[in-house]
Ligand binder design. Structure first.
Ligand code: ZN
Ligand code: ZN
Length: 296
């Protein structure tokens, strides 16, 4: 690794997320420094699909599980971030992000939360199709049964296009999440091609509006054994003019932070790119950006 490349993890779930281990911000920061990260961005889940309220709308805060729509947890989150910054800066740069599970029709609710708190970075994700979590192996087993790749592609990319065009997000997370368990439950041969004809125009829109694309390493830890997105999709993003790429482990426990970041960096390096960082929802200036993306 050259001196100029500093590994950054821009997708980390602290204990607020109930699907993550009950680990505090401080503990993640200590671990981040131990493994030599230069910067960490926390991204607790915000889920907004009313049909899944009984399943997903919970956070762990102050040692107890509470409803996610009680936004008090975000006050605690920012307090914890600020305390960690006082403790660990300048050794570690700490950013406050969030990962929003997009749901069509919930744009105003999402916007109200995003503008109500001083986030550095907002990841947008498609976690659910027709109220079924495609991030879950169990739910995929049922949802994908009897479906063709073409049917899943139609649903997935319709939702992704709406998410991108909502302009609510700084960067799109694991943009080919359907591959996570699609490779298990759908036709493996078709799955690597199912983005074609859909994703090009989505990337063009992202490029025009300076929306980033995440290189997510969580697939390396699962059956998929590959990054999200695939190299072919990264190439398509570049062809369509996407300039901003972030790297994230999608860690849900201490042992997962930083995992696979070298592989993500290697992929970016092949295209002469480096991982972007954000402050106050704007990408930090980067060497080599001749035409620095500026948000309108
Ligand atoms: Zn996600
Ligand atoms: Zn995540």
């Amino acid at each position: 690794m050259s001196d100029t490349i500093k590994l950054v993890d821009y997708h980390v779930h602290p204990g607020y997320s109930i699907d993550a281990a009950p680990v505090g911000i401080d503990e993640y920061c200590v671990r981040a420094m131990q493994i030599g990260l230069a910067e960490i961005c926390f991204t607790p889940h915000l889920e907004v699909d009313e049909a899944r309220k009984h399943l997903d709308w919970f956070v762990r805060c102050n040692g107890r599980v509470m409803p996610m729509e009680d936004l008090q947890w975000l006050d605690f989150y920012f307090q914890e971030i600020n305390m960690a910054r006082e403790k660990f800066s300048p050794r570690l740069v700490i950013k406050a992000g969030i990962e929003v599970g997009y749901e069509p029709g919930r744009e105003m609710y999402i916007e109200k939360i995003l503008t109500g708190f001083p986030f550095d970075f907002v990841l947008g994700s498609i976690h659910c199709l027709n109220h079924v979590a495609i991030s879950s192996k169990k739910e995929c087993a049922v949802h994908f049964a009897g479906k063709t790749c073409a049917e899943v592609a139609q649903d997935y990319f319709t939702s992704l296009e709406a998410a991108v065009k909502s302009r609510l997000f700084d960067c799109m997370a694991h943009i080919d999440l359907y591959r996570r368990y699609g490779t298990v439950y759908l036709d493996r041969n078709n799955i690597e091609e199912m983005h074609r004809g859909y994703i090009e125009k989505i990337f063009k829109y992202m490029a025009r509006h300076h929306i980033g694309l995440e290189i997510n390493t969580s697939g390396l830890r699962r059956e998929l054994g590959d990054l999200h997105p695939s190299k072919a999709i990264v190439q398509t993003a570049l062809q369509q003019g996407v300039q901003i790429f972030t790297t994230g482990s999608d860690a849900h426990s201490l042992s997962e932070i930083g995992q696979g970041l070298q592989a993500a960096e290697r992929l970016l390096k092949q295209f002469d790119l480096q991982a972007a960082t954000f402050t106050g929802r704007k990408p930090d200036p980067q060497k080599g950006w001749t035409n620095l993306p500026t948000l309108p």
